[in-house]
Design a binder for this molecule. Structure first.
Ligand SMILES: C[S@@+](CC[C@H](N)C(=O)[O-])C[C@H]1O[C@@H](n2cnc3c(N)ncnc32)[C@H](O)[C@@H]1O
Length: 259
């Protein structure tokens, strides 16, 4: 190999090293935050108006902050989603109640598939209305806490499963559904994390009549997501041009798509 040919390789190598160093530093900073998370006492029946079960759930919600991702809600009380548990408002980065306030869809008696459901907060918010909800996410901590809240709330019509959208064949999601299809899919703030996001949208198109979609990523990424939705669905309504519920990131769009 000619000596000059080495230049791009070494630049590439330095680029990679810088990237890994940045990742390593981020991981360390994160570890510091996580090490500071205090586990609540689960030996007493009631402390400060919180019963033992609720304190256990808060511990598990906080445990999801161990994910080294940008969507773990590490700086908030209980991670990514806000929850109402036993009359207490637990603040997360995203507020499901506020997000649904822009959605003109009647969820009564409907079946819902939430793809990339995180802690399950969007499904718990509409649990009193829907017939059946299925949440899938590849992060086992998220799915564990969603299942723990499901049993606490006796929400036996909600199911949560671990599923990696990039590592597994998407057809298997259909096998997790009780019927062949659902009434509506959610794909909220997930696409920027997926290389195969178009395949996931193709899957939602095949599996339901409607899709509640939230864009994420750079402006170009979000424009590309909307353009693809417009190519697939005959109706794509913009419900909200910003994600006002999130104190950290307001530049996302909420859309309702139908065939
Ligand atoms: C920004 S959060 C959005 C959570 C939720 N959809 C919402 O908007 O409230 C992105 C979610 O996608 C999940 N996710 C990312 N990559 C995934 C993959 N390959 N398979 C399954 N879930 C994935 C993450 O674990 C995370 O819960």
């Amino acid at each position: 190999m000619h000596l000059l040919d080495l230049t791009p390789i070494s630049n590439n190598f330095i680029g990679h090293t810088r990237m890994s160093l940045r990742k390593l530093l981020k991981k360390r900073r994160k570890q510091k935050v996580v090490d500071q998370i205090e586990r609540l006492n689960v030996f007493e029946e009631e402390i400060d108006g919180l019963d033992k079960d609720t304190r256990k759930i808060i511990n598990l919600l906080n445990y999801t902050k161990r994910s080294t991702s940008a969507y773990d809600g590490g700086e908030f009380d209980v991670g990514y989603h806000s929850f109402n548990l036993k009359g207490k408002r637990l603040r997360g980065q995203r507020d499901p109640q506020q997000r649904f306030s822009n959605v003109p869809y009647d969820f009564t008696g409907k079946t819902v598939l939430d793809i990339g459901c995180n802690q399950g907060g969007m499904l718990f918010e509409i649990a009193d209305r829907i017939k059946h909800g299925i949440g899938i996410d590849y992060d086992a901590r998220m799915v564990n806490v969603a299942n723990r809240i499901r049993s606490n709330q006796k929400a036996t019509h909600l199911d949560f499963y671990v599923f990696d959208l990039q590592a597994e064949r998407l057809d298997y999601i259909s096998d997790l559904l009780i019927d062949d299809n659902v009434d509506i899919c959610f794909l909220l703030s997930v696409c920027m994390w997926l290389k195969n996001w178009k395949d996931v949208i193709d899957f939602t198109y095949k599996s339901s009549d409607s899709l509640l979609f939230e864009t994420n990523g750079s402006t170009e990424q979000q424009d590309e997501q909307v353009a693809y939705l417009q190519k697939c669905y005959s109706k794509v309504d913009l419900l909200s041009a910003s994600s006002e519920d999130d104190p950290k990131q307001k530049k996302r769009k909420l859309l309702l798509c139908s065939k």
